[in-house]
Design a protein around this ligand. Structure first.
Ligand SMILES: Nc1ncnc2c1ncn2[C@@H]1O[C@H](COP(=O)(O)OP(=O)(O)O)[C@@H](O)[C@H]1O
Ligand SMILES: [Mg+2]
Length: 194
């Protein structure tokens, strides 16, 4: 299997299932953890990631099709196209605002909503990497999804995105209020948001 990427928790490989091009995202063991705890963490996190992905799909968000679920690995449709962070093609940020709105309306908080976790294929945009996703109503976490994307795109792009988010998600007001609040307080000056 050809390895596509290695993240902090998982490796992603290219593979085939019944002749269909697929990828498998596999959570790797951590030698510094006690084996039983390590396995339990990887198992629950794998399940949580797959659940969040399915819930986003149910909410009408484009995600890779789930093909199979292993104890520590998720087999999914291999998307062609490029990461939003690597593409020069004109991307509709309006569409990305709609995707985030649909996720939040279904109480899926992505947890790492950046241009590194969106794949653009022609006119289509897909959300990937639900590894840090949470199911929940937390306004703070929803605001953090928005903040992370805001810090990663231009002002114009953010405006487009925020405008469709507001139109699509009927409960967006508290999220924007919390976002403004977080920015005022200057909290979350952590490296991933810098
Ligand atoms: N369904 C997919 N189709 C094509 N490439 C993918 C797919 N899922 C992941 N990748 C590739 O693997 C990389 C890492 O996957 P990701 O889920 O973001 O893991 P990590 O948690 O390590 O960031 C992505 O940046 C992308 O290049
Ligand atoms: Mg990622």
């Amino acid at each position: 299997m050809r390895q596509l990427s290695e993240g902090a928790e998982a490796k992603v490989f290219e593979t085939e299932i019944f002749g269909v091009k697929s990828v498998v995202k596999s959570r790797q063991p951590k030698a510094y953890r006690i084996k039983e705890i390590d396995e339990e963490l990887r198992r629950t996190r794998t399940k949580k990631e797959a659940k969040a992905m399915l819930r986003a799909k149910e909410a009408g968000v484009e995600v890779p099709g789930l093909l199979a679920l292993g104890k520590f690995s998720i087999y999914m449709e291999r998307l062609s196209g490029k990461l939003l962070k690597d593409t020069k093609s004109k991307v509709s940020y309006a569409k990305i605002g709609v995707m985030l709105a649909k996720m939040h309306a279904a109480n899926v908080v992505h947890g790492d909503f950046t241009p590194a976790n969106i794949i653009i294929d022609g006119e289509k945009a897909y959300v990937i990497d639900f590894g840090l996703a949470e199911i929940g109503e937390s306004v703070e976490n929803k605001a953090l999804d928005m903040l992370l994307m805001k810090r990663s795109v231009s002002q114009k792009q953010y405006k487009e995105l925020a405008s469709t988010y507001a139109k699509t998600y009927s409960d967006s007001k508290p999220v924007f209020a919390r976002l403004a609040d977080i920015e005022r307080r200057g909290r979350y000056q952590i490296r991933s948001l810098a």
